[in-house]
Design a protein around this ligand. Structure first.
Ligand code: KIV
Ligand code: ZN
Length: 529
């Protein structure tokens, strides 16, 4: 029998730290429910002390799912208290506290003399803070995880001391993050093996790994660590996360499944929920999955060349090491049309893993009938896209009620819009260099606020003449980015929806103040479609 590995999913915490990926509470809750279906062991739901939205999201998730729920906290009483308050309703709560242990981090973050004059003294301070943080967390919660941030670049002797102190203080899981994605697989494996040798009480805790992907080695490093004794892997759906992201959950899980001949560890993951999870996360975060992404990319199971297609027809195993069905990739089929009712839509959405409430279903049904009128045949993929696009922000914030654009070879593009706002309807019009710029200008004029647009793309996401166009856009406001995504058979409308979604997210994250003139002047619009 192969040994069971704990899958600790941090999509909702580290994954949400991807630029622009801020999620609202409802979206987080929906993803958490999907992660439960996927059967992850622990969901890291957020960093409660960092904002009221984070706190509320962790609290709601803790109340709703039966798998483990972790909340992140720096090694400070205030953080740990807030983490615990958000976790109270959880069936299996875990406080996850961390300190920085590498000399890079210690000198950078603990530069002030109050932490000690020399590096040696500062290290002692961090050691003491780590021990005290774990001890305090332990007075509140039995399950305490301690992470040594930037362990990948931490001196092994000092790292062993900190880990030993954390276990002594009550940590039940000790995490050894490769925070900067710097290590190589064998080096990382040796680091874990070194800790097993040096830390006298290591058998009293589960060793966890948390790898970032800056060199594209996050999954390789995570797998290598198992050989040395790691038994928890921290990862994210689609590998999203800070900078180049975290180890990808689906790649780790499928590597363990497909190569069970050499990798003697198994997970409890229901692999058939992988694709649904990937689509949901991509839809809500606005982070698209590259087509050639392993396991969940659009091309992961496509065979293009004649030789490959021929081989596949004769025997699937010629070119496939796993089946699309195993990871829940559906066969494309027509599911609904313009005569389908609300019931049919709901049933199919449930089959695809979505559980919209009545209000959301009503809004979706309106979008669905609109789409069915334009497209005639509505596929599963269209529904997934509608689901991802169904902007909860819109229903609780700004919404597009009406849009008309006038353009022509010799005409100045002019857009007229009607927006639904908390205060009522606002109508505006504006011109622009192109139809999209005109719409954005009209929206900005209606709101009396300018936005710096960091990135903007339009692409087709379904096939055929009635294909859906997807607009992805990111705005930047006071050092923070917010993604928006809009879908429509009309790319100008999709762009308007994407813009509004990003603005709604900004507002939900409490950043609705007017921009500075400097930010206004950096507003750029580049149409890459
Ligand atoms: O990358 C990292 O070190 C982290 C810790 C907070 C676990 O995300
Ligand atoms: Zn991380």
């Amino acid at each position: 029998m192969s040994e069971r590995i704990i899958i600790f999913d941090t999509t909702l915490r580290d994954g949400e730290q991807s630029p622009g990926a801020a999620l609202n509470v409802t979206e987080k809750l929906e993803i958490a429910r999907q992660l439960e279906k996927l059967r992850v062991d622990v969901i890291e739901a957020g960093f409660p002390v960092s904002s009221p939205t984070q706190f509320e999201a962790v609290r709601r998730i803790a109340d709703s799912v039966s798998v483990g729920v972790a909340a992140l906290a720096r090694a400070r009483e205030e953080d740990i208290r807030s983490a615990w308050q958000s976790l109270r309703g959880a069936r299996k709560p875990r406080i996850h506290t961390f300190s920085s242990t590498s000399d890079y981090h210690i000198t950078g973050k603990f530069g002030s003399d109050r932490y000690g004059r020399s590096l040696k003294e500062k290290r002692q301070t961090v050691l003491r803070m780590s021990r005290e943080a774990v001890a305090y967390a332990k007075t509140l919660c039995d399950d305490v995880e301690f992470s040594a941030e930037d362990a990948g670049r931490t001196d092994i002797g000092y790292l062993a001391e900190v880990i030993e102190a954390a276990i002594e203080a009550g940590a039940t899981t000790v995490n050894i993050p490769d925070t900067t994605g710097y290590t190589l697989p064998d080096e990382y494996r040796r680091k874990i093996a070194g800790l097993k040798q040096r830390v006298s009480n290591i058998d009293r805790a589960v060793i966890s790994v948390h790898c970032h992907n800056d060199l594209g080695l996050a999954v390789a490093n995570s797998l290598a660590s198992l050989e040395a004794g790691a038994r928890q892997i921290e990862c994210t759906v689609n590998g999203i996360g800070e900078r180049a992201g975290n180890a990808s959950l689906e790649e780790i899980v499928m590597a363990l499944k497909v190569r069970g001949d050499l990798l003697k560890w198994q997970t409890g993951i229901n692999t058939r929920e992988i694709y649904n999870s990937s689509r949901l996360v991509s839809g809500f975060t606005g982070l698209i999955v590259q087509p050639n992404k392993a396991i969940v990319g659009a091309n992961a199971f496509s065979h293009e060349s004649g030789i490959h297609q021929d081989g596949m027809l004769k025997n699937r195993e010629t070119y496939e090491i796993m089946t699309p069905e195993e990871v829940g990739v559906p066969k494309t089929r027509i599911v609904l049309g313009r005569h389908s009712g609300r019931h049919g839509l709901k049933a199919r959405l449930n089959e695809l893993g979505y559980t919209p409430d009545e209000e959301a279903l009503n809004a979706l049904y309106a979008r669905f009938t609109d789409l069915a009128d334009k497209k005639k045949e509505v596929y599963d993929d269209d529904l997934r896209i509608l689901m991802g696009d169904h902007d909860r922000g819109e229903s609780s914030g700004l919404g597009l009620e009406f849009l008309q654009v006038h353009l022509g070879t010799h005409a100045i593009p002019t857009a007229s819009i009607r927006l639904k706002t908390e205060e009522g309807l606002i109508e505006e019009s504006a011109t622009g260099d192109g139809p999209v710029a005109a719409v954005f200008n009209a929206i900005e004029r209606a709101l009396g606020q300018k936005f710096a647009i960091e990135s903007y793309q339009v692409r087709s996401v379904t096939s055929g003449r009635g294909a859906l166009g997807e607009a992805l856009l990111r705005i930047r406001v006071r050092e923070r980015s917010f993604n928006g995504r809009g879908i429509s058979t009309d790319v100008v409308e999709a762009s308007a929806r994407a813009f509004l979604m990003a603005i709604n997210r900004m507002r939900q994250n409490g950043d609705s103040k007017k921009q500075s003139n400097k930010e206004k002047s950096t507003a750029v619009l580049s149409h890459t479609a």
